[in-house]
Design a protein around this ligand. Sequence first.
Ligand code: FES
Length: 150
Amino acid sequence: MAITLSINGAARSVDAPDDMPLLWVLRDELNMVGTKFGCGAGLCGACTVHMDGAAVRSCQTPLGAVGAAKITTIEGVGETPIGAAVQKAWVAVDAPQCGYCQAGQIMSASALLAATPKPTRTQITQGMSGNLCRCASYHRIMDAIELAAK
Ligand code: FES
C-alpha cells in the first residue's frame, strides 16, 4: 500500500515494504541518489539524513518508522539557512577529496550546528565522530564547520 512521505518539503508517494531501509526508499524508489550507501550497518554515516531535524542513519531507519516525520536529504538541506551556510563553507575550504562521504558529513554538520550554533573544536569532533572519511579529510571538514558557524 502506498504511503506518503514528507521529503524536502514535498509530499512523495512510495509503495514499498515497511522494513525497507529509508536509504533504499530514497535511492531506489524515489531516485534520490545523493544519500550514499557506505556500510549498510550504521557504522559509517554516509547515509545520514535528517528526520524532524535530527541526524539519522537512513540505512538503519525502516520505512515503517518514518511516519509523518519530515525528512531532509542532501538534495534539500541547502534550502535551510544552516544547510546553505554549511555547503558554502564546504566549498570555501574545498573540504572533499573523493567526495563519497560528503553528503553524510554535510547532513551531520548541519544537524550539529542546528543544535549547537557555536561548537567548540571538541564538540565538532564529538558531533562528527560517527561520520567516517577514508580520504581523511577530517581537518578540512572541521574547518568548514567552524567557518559555517561564524
Ligand atoms: Fe548507513 Fe554506513 S551506510 S551508516
